[in-house]
Design a protein. Structure first.
Length: 92
């Protein structure tokens, strides 16, 4: 699964030469990491990023319990950012 997760980055590695700066490359790496981790945990990346962008500016970053609730494997994430699976659909 991990190798499949990074395949888009391997295919586009020449494009990353144009990140313009080390900070730009770092920002891209962080964004891609969040997106792929969200996907691996059954989240819709667009909705997960929107959730984080709305939630993170309004929380105390030293409150680890609140931060834990934002992690992609947290069970307290809103249902609308989760991908529907067959087992989820059967339970509804």
């Amino acid at each position: 699964m991990a190798e499949r997760g990074i395949k888009p980055f391997v295919l586009g590695r020449k494009n990353f030469l144009f990140a313009k700066s080390p900070k730009g490359a770092t920002a891209s790496g962080i964004a891609f990491s969040i997106i792929e981790t969200g996907k691996a945990n059954g989240l819709k990346p667009f909705y997960y990023l929107n959730y984080l962008f709305e939630k993170l500016p309004n929380i105390n970053l030293e409150d680890y319990d609140t931060l834990d609730a934002c992690l992609p494997w947290s069970e307290s994430l809103p249902e609308e950012i989760r991908r529907k699976t067959e087992s989820t659909e059967e339970n509804n």
